[in-house]
Design a protein around this ligand. Sequence first.
Ligand code: 8X3
Length: 255
Amino acid sequence: MDRWKGRVALVTGASVGIGAAIAKSLVQHGMKVVGCARNVEQIQKSAADCVSSGFSGTLIPYKCDLSVEDDVLSMFSWIKVQHQGIDVCINNAGLALPEPLLSGKTSGWRTIMDVNVIALSVCTREAYQSMKERKIDDGHIININSICGHRVINSADAHFYTASKYAVTALTEGLRQELREAKTNIRATCICPGIVKTEFAYRLFSENPEKAAATYKSEKCLQAVDIANAVVYVLSAPPHVQIGDIEITPVDQSM
Ligand code: 8X3
């Protein structure tokens, strides 16, 4: 990770769960991390933790609603003014809502697609433009996808989530092709976790906390730090190595 020391990463959805773990881990490895979320209180706490832990990087909280494109564009302009631009973009923010195909609300489907697909694409485009402008040829775009990006395993409540994650798989593969056509060495990777003990299921099944708790009944659930470790692994690969897609599940998760 030495070559990333002092360089700038953006982590979306950095307030809790996987995003919070990734942000802290990159700060531990000496990166300047802009962590964004709608609510930055938790990120401010994480930033204070990073300082008291003596991590060599910095965590910079930024309040941003990713479903509002102007908010995202303002964030990239702010990063340009304050920190020149970004070298690593971790598209982590994502959500699932219980809006089934047969009875869900159209507005719910749009919310899922707006955050999981459109916001991820806007951040990807802006991150690439930022790297191109500064002639950064070793940048990296990492999409925190899901095993739902490869198979339809989720409960019937969340098929739009699954559809959005299939889109993330296609967009990451398409991105790799576009990057090659643009003759740059910038890399693009999908990390596809299975069950990770986070607030994910509690948000999905907010009306039914018992169902959420049942999701995490196995003591062998992945922890957010397992995914942060995968991000570090991906970023540590030598510049000629393209890691395309990594699936990570708890050993006992059946698919
Ligand atoms: C969610 C993955 O396995 O919890 O992204 O349905 S799983």
